[in-house]
Ligand binder design. Sequence first.
Ligand SMILES: *Cc1c(COP(=O)(O)O)cnc(C)c1O
Length: 345
Amino acid sequence: MADGSTTATRPAPVDLRSDTVTRPTAAMRRAMAEAEVGDDVYGEDPSITALEERVAAMFGHEAALFVPSGTMGNQIGMRLVCEPGQEVLCDADAHVVTYEMGAAAAIFGISTRTVVSDGGRLDAGQLIEQVRPKGDWHLTATAAIAVENSHNRGGGLVQPLGELRRLWDWSRGAGVAVHLDGARIWNAAAASGTDLATYGRLADTASVCLSKGLGAPVGSVLVASAERIATARLWRKRLGGGMRQAGVLAAAGLHALDHHLPRLAEDHEHAQLLAKRLGVDPATVETNMVVLDDVPAQLVAEAAKAQGVLVGRVNPRRLRMVTNLDVDRAGIDRAADVLAGLLDR
Ligand SMILES: *Cc1c(COP(=O)(O)O)cnc(C)c1O
């Protein structure tokens, strides 16, 4: 343990690898310590119940379920609207097919089919064209379409509201469900000015994360109809996600909604500043992510790390910086100085 390398003088690194790296603030830890709790598997944790009721209302849905991760929220959400042997259609860069360990297939027997989008941007017509009807004895039926907003691999882009509406309106007549991967829906709403309920009402099921830009240590919330959430509760228990006095975690989420949701615009401003300093077109930065293309990613990431700035490597030629709660304006300036120096910009 004592490797002698700890020095009091070295500043903490500026960590821009993701917005998941944030640590709970002192105030959040106090809220957690003081949380009223009970056994949530018995439905008796008042903090969790309060969080679920609040998030359901924010998104204009009847009910919600606190789950340990966005992956569990997405996977249960998709299972609620898709039977084994049917398919979910989504973008090829979607988190649900890229970063969730094949869960839909491995756990639920759900088939996924992907379309290659324009950098993650939703094109309703392109998806609708690919839908395969139920009741045909040749075809894998498309039960649901999954949409990601903001889009992670798309560099934090916000889905156009018109396309979301077009997909939703079509889906009602077609009997195809819409699942929203809203891990960063808060960022999309802050950037676009569209309210959360508007986004929520354009989906049958939605998973939203408390542990990204909102800065809670753990947790996501799945929202849907009361009937679907009752089923989701069974799936959560079956998957080992039934938690007991997890109100300490819900309290972090409630604190985040009160104190961190209103400050997301600050992360977006920081991303704009960073983009300008690094010669990235600010118009390509819609929320809290800055993508640097055509750079030797490994080399730059390692050199930046040596100077106390951590960035994410997306592929050998692409770096990603995600502004977050733990990086203030001074941290952004420091990161910009280091990266601009390394990239000669
Ligand atoms: C982070 C993220 C999730 C959920 O990830 P977990 O690590 O399982 O909480 C889902 N979708 C997107 C787009 C994400 O960025």
